[in-house]
Design a protein around this ligand. Structure first.
Ligand code: IYR
Length: 225
């Protein structure tokens, strides 16, 4: 591996994998087709998944770019049934209040086609829960480390995470109970970490149905200049 000091800092020669145009086109199409098969799944099978798959998925999320390469994320991986039960109880408590009084009528009406409600059995049925925390700042011993573009960085990492879950052959639902401070207490996270997203991971229930919804066409999402 070729190394060089540039402006006082170590650099490695970047080995770019280049493809012929035809292969480039084919690869972009195959990846799109694969990603376009992803669906949000709310009914899970309780079958176990090898833990190393979850570890690889989390490593993949950790390859995301981040502000000043601070990697401001923590991924909590939960399989302990007692902790899953605590999370379900606390999430349902908040969700029940949200559906009953915090969410607007328009919001609830927008969710009707998706069939969501305050009940979240998937939080106990899925073999794994990943709770993503964003680190507003870092801590090295007693020293506070500044982090940058934390929401953007963690959002991108979650995109990688969801893509990796799908690519491996598993399913998830991006669950955002609100408010979700209860996750900091249950998982005993320090105060510089804030819960960002909760993802159950596993296989879908043997027979499950997904809403008949469609993705916007290219003309609707692309503006060329
Ligand atoms: N957090 C709630 C409500 C909810 C909100 C949106 I926006 C969704 O796309 C789906 C659900 C829940 O998880 O049910």
């Amino acid at each position: 591996m070729e190394k060089k000091i540039i402006k006082g800092f170590p650099h490695l020669k970047f080995e770019h994998q280049e493809y012929a145009e035809e292969e480039l086109i084919q690869r972009s199409d195959e990846f799109y087709q694969m990603m376009n098969r992803r669906r949000t799944i709310r009914e899970f099978d309780d079958r176990d998944v090898p833990r190393e798959v979850l570890e690889k998925i989390i490593l993949t999320a950790g390859t995301a770019p981040s502000g000043a390469h601070k990697q401001p994320w923590t991924f909590c991986l939960i399989s302990d049934p007692k902790i899953k039960q605590k999370i379900r109880e606390a999430a349902e408590e908040e969700e029940r209040i949200s559906y009953e009084s915090r969410m607007t009528e328009t919001w609830k009406s927008d969710l009707k086609p998706l069939g969501t409600d305050w009940e979240k059995p998937f939080l106990e049925i899925a073999p794994y829960l990943i709770v993503v925390f964003k680190q507003s700042y870092g801590m090295e011993g007693d020293e506070k480390i500044q982090h940058y573009y934390v929401n953007e960085s963690v959002g991108i990492a979650c995109g990688f995470l969801i893509a990796a879950i799908h690519q491996a052959g598993l399913v998830t639902v991006t669950h955002t109970p609100s408010p979700m401070n209860f996750l900091s207490d249950i998982l005993n996270r320090p105060k510089h970490e804030k819960p960002y997203l909760l993802l159950p991971v596993g296989y879908p229930k043997k027979e499950t149905f997904v809403p008949d919804i469609h993705r916007k066409k290219l003309e609707e999402i692309l503006i060329s200049y």
